[in-house]
Each structure stands twice: as structure tokens, then as C-alpha cells.
Design a protein. Sequence first.
Lengths: 478, 137
Amino acid sequence: MAKLYLFGIGGTGSRVIKSLTMLLSAGIDFNGYELVPIIIDPDSANGDVTRTVEILKAYQHVHERINKEKKAESSFFNTPISGISQNFRLEIKGSHNEEFREYIGYSELSENNKALISILFSEDNLRADMEVGFKGNPNIGSVVLNQFSESEDFVKFASDFSAGDRIFIISSIFGGTGAAGFPLLLKNIKNADHTLPTWALLKEAPIGAISILPYFGVWPDPKSKIDKATFISKTKAALDYYNKNVSGNNSLNALYYIGDEVNKDYENHEGSTFQKNDAHFIELASALAIVDFVATDDSYLQNVNGRATTPLYKEYGVLNDAETLTFGDLGNGSQHRLREALTKFTLFNLYTENHIHSSLDLPWATGSVKIDRQFLGQPFFNTYIRSINKHYWEWLTELKRNKRSFAPFDLKVGYNNLFELVAGTKAKKGLFERGSNYSRVDYVLSRTEPKVKAKSQDTFFIELFDKALEDVTREKFG
Amino acid sequence: MNEIFAPLYEGWGLFWLGDFSNDLYSNNLYTPVGLTMLVSSIIWMAIYYYVIDHPRFAKAWHWLVWILVLCGINFAVANYVSFSQLTELYTGQEKDVPYYSEFTTFSFVNALWTFIVAFAVSLLIKGKSVMCRRTPF
């Protein structure tokens, strides 16, 4: 199976990976690729990173369990996810627990070199503690992250890379880690050490990237080194650099740009556990760029001597410039990819969190494979599925309350109006339809149960819900 | 038909009620009561399994209540048919009807057979139902 190595740089990179994991949980088609997320963030305690890693691990567990016997016939959790390291992170040597001046050996430099350094880096830069990343300073990031090729994890990635695999890089352009890391990572992949057996493959590898332009701000804080007033100037500088050194020399096969003028200011945290930004529609749309990249035909991703022959440049747009987006405000492509999958998975979430315990005596749960209280108490459901449910709900809630808001669902639906779930869509009602709301789902689950052939409880459970909720979604909202 | 239903209602002697049973047999009354019981059980259970077939009514106790209602209907049918027909018979002969508790006993027997037949019909047809294919078990 071909792999997509997905590098997520900085906090934004992690949040896009989180959005992609949500889409894969919901069964978005990943064109048969295995996903290998690689998070690059020197801020080891970053709240966004830890949250993403937790979700990835839960997903991995569910995917492995349901594919234990044979390949599960389910779109939910269908794409395999693996990691080059236990926590999906690429460790950069020497990027922790020290000030930047110590990292570059400032005290040992000659007076002339010190003078040169003072032109490139401010006193604040030199004193910056890198434990929480580069605090929006790409000039620091570009020095530290230039050590990619010496990282053991990078060597492992390079050694694992095979013909047919692809690479995608997510980075924001207005911060520190992403803006600095993206061109350096690209350079290190394209010019991999010739001692690596795969250097030639890496040079010709199909590479896509998304560069995320400003889409949020931070509150002014004199104590913080991060100032949103610098976001636009940093973006311009980085774009100018990319124009010459990334897109300008055809280093990439596909480059996606995204950003938003409507935005919200978050609390100003330089990093660590406090940096846990709400999910944003831009991150979801960026995840769609990755889906678009894996769906792109090989013929568009050819390289000659390490340069793309037909580089693709794409931007993202919505149909209506509304402050609160619903499915109807998205373009046809996005609607096609998101509407059914997310509706299905949201129904799965609602049913398994609110209703399942009262339905265990119905035919869908009492057939040859039993779904009983004991099953619901096992880690597969009680820990992993419920963890993904919790994160998915949190993700939907954050998308809704963010600005620009993405609110495709009414998250307050209850027992009497379940099918008012999809915002702006009136659910269809059949004349002789049996059951309404959760009862309708019970009916369709029971109707589907004889068609599910899986023998293990875990696989049966996911396959059953995948098939039945697909029917419910098409019947109600199709 | 009367020959078929008679042993059922008389329970091969177990529910035999003497002259009352003889009167029912000789006036061919087992046939309407028995046919009603049989046909109503099939239709009643088919309605439960294929027409209602609803998640809210798929539990064993729903099924039991449904059958008990049918038993009640057939209890009333047996009581009405036997009472009206035998009253007419004895009134025609200018005699008082010599039975009292027999009507109730016969009606209970009909309700019992209703339960048994409805149960058997359930086992035969439940497999094709969506929501009730495992009701009562």
C-alpha cells in the first residue's frame, strides 16, 4: 500500500492533521493511501500537538482492531495510519531546554561573528527559550530546523520511503515554526544525503504542500513575543521567499494556498499546554487539500531532475461569503466530500453517546454477533471509540464557535428532532416509514444486521453502523 | 371442520363439559369459533410482525400484550357465539338455558388455543420481520 507522508509543522500543522483524522474517521476516501503523519514542533508540551497525538492513537487502535480478521468493509476508520515514531513526532536535535544563544554557541563566537549575529537576531531572539518553539520568529526556526537531516526520525522516514509514496507538508506562513520549517524540510527532502539508499527516490518524490496564510489573530500582550501586527509582514516576506525558492523553481508538484480575512483573536500564549486553539474551518479546508492531493493522478505529479514538470497551484473558495458557513455555502467539491461522511459520523456519534444502551435488546444487537453491555465496557468502545467521539464533538463545537464559523449541524438535536441535524436541510419522511428519530436508526440497523458478515464484535459493530447510517443519511438527506 | 375443532376444544376429554360440549358439537358451533380463532391469530400476528414492525414495539412484553389482546377478543367471540346460539336454541324449545359457568370455561379454552396458535404463528413468520424477528426470543 502506498503511503502519504504528511508533515505537520507547528501548531497549525497539528490542527490540520487533527481535522484530517476526523475526516478519515468519518470515512472520507483517501484513495487507498496509508497515512503517515509526522509532527514537527519543538514545543513538546503544545496542547494542540498532544490533542492530535491522542486522537491519532485512538484512531490507530480502532483501525487495527476492525481489520484484525480481514479488511473491514467500512468507510469509517478505513484508512490505515502509522507513525515513524511512537508519538508521530519528528525530534529535532538540540531544540529543547536551552536559549537560542546557547544553541548557536554565541559565547564562543568571535567579535566579528557576534556583530553579524546582532544584525540577524535581536537580543530577545538570542534570549529566546526554545522549549516552547520559536514564538513566531522564523529567523530562529530557520537555524534550528536546518538540522532536519541529522534527526534519527528523518533518517527513518527517508529510509522507509518507497516508489509510489507521496509527501505533503502543512505549514502556516505567519508564525515561526511553520514558516521556517517548510522550505527547510523541502530542501532536506529534495537534497537528501546521498548515503541514504532512497535519496534518488526522494528527489523525484511527488510533493504537495499547503501554505496557510493568516486566519486568526492573538490578543495584544506586552509580555508575549507574538504580535499579530507582524503576521502580514511575515507572510509577505515568506511569500516572496517561496516565490524564488519554492514555487519559483518548481520544487513542488502541488502548492495549495489558503487564508481568511474574517478572523478571531485567541488568547496570547507563546506555546506549551496553553496553546490549544479552537478548531477552525481553514484547518478543515486544508485537510481537504490533502485529500485532493492524494486523489490527483500520478500524471500531474511528475518530476524531472527534482523539478515538477506541471506544478499545480490551487486556492480554496466558498460559494457564499457568510460569517457562518453550512454545507450549502461550500462549493460542490467540498459538499460532495463532506456532507454525507460528516452527517453519517455525527449520527454515529449521537447514537453511540445517547441511545445505544437502551437498544441492546433489539435485533441488530442480538444476532449471531452480540453487542451487549460487556462489549460496551471493553476498551474498544469505552476508551477508543468514546475518545474519538469526545474529540469529534469538541471539534464540531469549536468549528461552530470560531470565526469564521462552520456550523453544518445543529448540535442541540434531541430525541424528538434528531433529523433536524443538518443545518438548512429538511429531512425527508417516507409515507410508510417505520420509526422516527433514534427509532428510525434502530429500524435501519436491524434491517442491515443480516447483511453484515463480520464475525468479530469490533468489526461487526463498525461495519453495521457504517452501512446502516449510510442508508439513513441517504434516505433522510440524500 | 367441526370434527377437527371438537377435539381441540374438548381437549381430548380434558375440557369436556358434558351436555354443553354436546350442544356445541351438534349445533356445529366449534367451526365458526375455531375458524375465527385461527384466521384472527394469523392476521393479528402478521400485523404485528409485518405492519407494525416498529422499534418501539419489538420487546417481548409488547408481543405478550399484543397476544393477550387477541386472546381477549377470542374469549369474547367464543362467549358471544356460544351464548347467543345456545340461548336461541333453548328459547326456541321454550326452555331455560341450562348452562352458566360453561360459557366462561369454553371462552377460556378458546383464549388458551388462541395463545397457542398465535405463538406458533409467531415462530413461523417472525424470521421475515425486521424489528421483531427476535421477538419473543
